[in-house]
Design a protein around this ligand. Structure first.
Ligand code: EPZ
Length: 428
């Protein structure tokens, strides 16, 4: 296990390249199962989760060939080919490492009519049920049993189009059902579908592969099932959460940073909230420039499905608000346990009170460096952001959490002036 050491107080300045979106790539890669032709994904980020997803697909018989980055792109190019599916089982030892493995369920059912996928189980931020995934696939005609921690699904005679109305918005369930519906017999309607940009990315890729989807970007997706899909080449969208995270990093240091490749139109409420907090965003050629003219102001925000303020940005915003003038009230409505960064921020001198799903953050003049522990992906980034502004050297341990979602983080931050190093951690 490694640790990251950050000496705070340096103003971040310069240019930083935004990588391809982890949460788009983790849905696009399983889509390769839907055809026996090659699917080439460009701008793929180098992340632990992407490697885990590739390893799982290899176990199912999908070949994955990675080429180096194109000269004009940061990300890798990966060609995936499911010429023949040699296994329809996603084993526990892989799924437990990455919950998004559940996204092979829909494509396997659509392609092979059978799938055995380990139930992902919960994670640090919540118990993460998959009932909406399963109900949606059953509506398409799948027979599903839960046995010994596995989902055993079968679609004898193939899947049939259906109308599916989700009671609550679920990104993963929308993705699983969508990837099953594109090869189902007949038409499907998915109502109360998630509208996250990553869903739009998946829809666009599936259409490039020959799928027939309308209502893309809305909460009502209409799918006309087709008998087969063909290969395609598709560029993964830039990571909007990485963009928001580095915007918070730039802002907490009063810096001036250009986020290359950032796309304002996929940022939803993130930009509006950060602007309310005193951060400025300016469109520049090929990206977004982030500056902060005056002090930071406290905000009142609750997380919500897209285009609301993303739950994946809550911890990072909290770190920024720790040093704002005045108080902030943040309410986490999506996951039940997404405040594990709070006690760690408190060790750095933050003044935060959690009551139920809300956290009251009272701004303090400065944070103080401290040894802190990463607990989950976005909480880890929250501690890095705080460390960039804290007086002294902050040591963030268990940074493997960061490696799941932030490509070459130390390199990117050092490139804009942060005093940051990664060292091996002998500790437990
Ligand atoms: C995706 O997770 C993202 N992960 C998460 O990002 C993100 O936080 C989340 O969407 C919300 O935006 C990937 O895309 C790989 P959900 P997902 O299904 O699909 C409940 C990160 O940091 N629910 O939209 O698992 C669930 O408990 C990660 O990058 C059910 O009740 O999220 C939650 O309360 C963390 N039953 C809510 O819905 C279900 O069957 C939203 O979850 C499914 C979900």
């Amino acid at each position: 296990m490694d640790q990251i050491r950050i000496r705070g107080g340096r103003r971040l300045e310069g240019r930083l390249v935004i990588s391809g979106a982890k949460n788009a790539a983790l849905a696009l890669m399983p889509a390769a199962l839907l055809t026996d032709e090659p699917l080439t994904l460009r701008n793929l980020p180098r992340l632990a989760d992407i490697d885990t997803c590739g390893h799982l697909l290899n176990q199912l018989g999908v070949s994955t060939h990675v080429q180096g980055a194109r000269p004009d792109e940061f990300g890798r190019v990966m060609t995936l080919r499911a010429g023949r599916v040699s296994s329809t089982t996603a084993p526990y030892d892989i799924v437990r490492r990455m919950r998004a493995s559940i996204l092979v369920l829909g494509p396997l059912l659509a392609r092979e009519g059978v799938a055995t996928v380990s139930q992902p189980g919960g994670c640090a931020i919540g118990n993460r049920p998959i009932d909406l995934h399963l109900k949606g696939l059953e509506a398409l005609g799948a027979e599903i049993e839960l046995e010994a921690g596995y989902v055993r699904a079968r679609a004898n005679g193939g899947l049939r189009g259906a109308r599916i109305t989700f009671p609550t918005v679920s990104v993963g369930a929308t993705e699983n059902v969508l990837m099953a519906a594109v090869l189902a017999k007949g038409a499907s309607v998915i109502e109360n579908a998630a509208r996250e940009p990553e869903i739009v990315d998946l829809c666009r890729c599936l259409v490039a592969m020959g799928a027939r989807i309308s209502g893309i970007g809305t909460e009502r997706l209409e799918v006309e099932g087709v008998s087969r899909l063909h290969g395609a080449t598709y560029r993964v969208m830039p990571d909007r959460i990485e963009t928001g995270s580095y915007a918070c990093a730039a802002a907490i240091t009063g810096g001036d940073v250009v986020l290359e490749g950032a796309e304002r139109e996929t940022m939803g409420a993130t930009i509006a909230v950060l602007e309310e907090a005193g951060v400025s965003f300016t469109d520049v050629d090929g990206g977004l420039r982030v500056t902060r003219a005056d002090g930071l102001r406290g905000v009142t925000v609750q997380t919500a499905p897209y285009p609301g303020f993303p739950t994946d940005m809550q911890a990072q915003l909290m770190a920024l608000m720790c040093v704002a003038d005045g108080a902030s009230l943040l309410t986490e409505t999506i996951f039940e346990n997404r405040y594990m960064h709070v006690p760690e921020l408190a060790r750095m001198g933050a003044d935060i009170t959690v009551k139920g799903r809300s956290a009251m953050v009272r701004g303090v003049p400065r944070l103080a460096a401290a040894p802190v522990m990463a607990t989950d992906l976005r909480a880890s980034m929250s501690l890095v952001i705080a460390g960039l502004a804290a007086e002294g050297e902050t040591v963030v341990r268990r940074v493997y959490h960061l490696d799941r979602g932030y490509e070459r983080l130390e390199e990117k931050l050092a490139g804009i002036g942060a005093e940051i190093v990664r060292v091996a951690d002998e500790g437990p």
